[in-house]
Ligand binder design. Structure first.
Ligand SMILES: *Cc1c(COP(=O)(O)O)cnc(C)c1O
Length: 377
């Protein structure tokens, strides 16, 4: 009979588009004994997680909780709860994830009106305004705040202001922005915002924090058709996550992953969001300066760059996949490849959460310099 050994993951420094490194403190929380998902102690933990998430999202929204599933589940949940069959939705696409949002709108019977902006650039506000003018019946505006596929940061505040002026709700992908760059759910008046646990929160993958404004919840309450997904129906999830005086079973929450999220959020709140944003900015600047010395340049114009995800062009004559393989196998460092239109053309270097530290930037630059040297470049 074949025998199976316990799995021991190799030592890796995760500097790609996610997952990001998980700190020992968060891993230790994950390893605590599992308790029941309706245990009063667990219900207390859920309440703390909601409070911590409100702090991280900078919101007072009552409906703020982690969905059981990765960031893609948050995307599905936001779209499927707000959009009814036949609804027109303006969706901004400047990379892979905006395209996915349009597909989710289509699959739940909505009509996506896709506004394209070049990959590697922020969403073009003027094009969005023209689309909103041309489609006065659009119900929502969807966009990706931090486009992880290209490293571009869009102006969420300006987009939300436009949406409001055209009486549209906003559906915002903040998977990579939460915890890594300024995100102000209340001050920017965002409606349905989703994120992921494994990017700048540096938690294990598999949870999707979401927050819904009162306006979004009112829209959901007034739906004419039931939400097509039973699992992601926010009305039903509310009875599990916030039912006063007794919560009812909906699904079994991923208990241990939620211990980890609680600890990861404590780390974020202990450091303070402005300090975390500043740390991401400083290490980003150090990384870019080091890369420029190696002849590697960023794809995105400086004013639109994300700090937590650095998308850089492959220098001429370099075998990009071979460099990534060497970094992984010789140095234990993972970086990301290009996606979609940028496949084969860029590397994506993530400095997210716990991974965003000076020593990691140095270690990566040294490894990359050695690897490029050996490749004869
Ligand atoms: C990673 C990511 C997602 C998807 O998250 P998963 O956890 O992989 O499902 C969605 N949007 C953006 C911008 C992302 O970076």
């Amino acid at each position: 009979m074949t025998s199976f050994n316990a799995f021991t993951p190799p030592a890796r420094l995760l500097l790609g588009p996610g997952p990001s490194p998980v700190s020992p403190r968060v891993l230790a929380a994950l390893a605590q004994p599992t308790i029941g998902h309706l245990d009063p102690a667990f219900v207390g933990l859920m309440d703390e997680i909601k409070a911590l998430l409100r702090t991280a999202f900078r919101t007072e929204n009552e409906m703020t909780l982690p969905l059981s599933g990765p960031g893609s589940v948050g995307m599905e949940a936001c779209v499927i709860n707000l959009i009814e069959p036949g609804d027109a939705v303006v969706v901004c696409q400047n990379g892979v994830f905006g395209g996915r949002m349009a597909e989710v709108v289509r699959r739940c019977g909505g009509q996506p009106i896709v506004v394209e902006s070049p990959w590697g650039r922020a969403v073009d506000i003027e094009r969005v305004e023209a689309a909103l003018r041309a489609h006065p019946r659009a119900r929502a505006l969807g966009f990706v705040h931090a486009e992880t596929s290209t490293g571009a940061r869009s102006d969420a505040e300006a987009l939300a202001r436009l949406a409001r002026a055209h009486d549209c709700l906003t559906i915002v992908d903040a998977v990579t922005s939460l915890g890594g760059s300024p995100l102000e759910v209340d001050a920017w008046d965002l409606d349905a915002v989703y994120s992921g646990s494994q990017k700048c929160l540096s938690c294990v993958p598999g949870l999707s924090p979401v927050t819904f404004s009162a306006r979004a919840m009112q829209t959901i309450a007034q739906r004419q058709h039931p939400v097509q997904s039973w699992f992601l129906d926010m009305g039903m999830l509310a009875s599990y996550w916030q039912g006063d005086g007794g919560r009812s079973y909906h699904h079994t929450a991923p208990i241990n992953a939620l211990y980890a999220l609680h600890e990861a959020l404590r780390v974020v709140v202990d450091e303070g969001l402005p300090a975390a944003w500043e740390r991401h900015r400083e290490q980003h600047l150090a990384l870019i300066a080091g890369l420029e010395q190696l002849g590697v340049s960023p794809v995105v114009p400086a004013s639109e760059r994300l700090c937590q995800l650095n998308c850089v062009s492959i220098p001429p004559g370099v075998d990009e996949a071979d460099v990534r393989r060497r970094l992984l196998l010789d140095h234990g460092i993972e970086i990301g490849a290009g996606l979609g239109a940028l496949a084969g053309k860029v590397w994506r270097i993530g400095l997210m959460g716990h991974g965003c530290r000076a020593e990691n930037v140095e270690r990566f630059l040294t490894a990359l310099a050695g690897t490029l040297d050996r490749a004869g470049n």
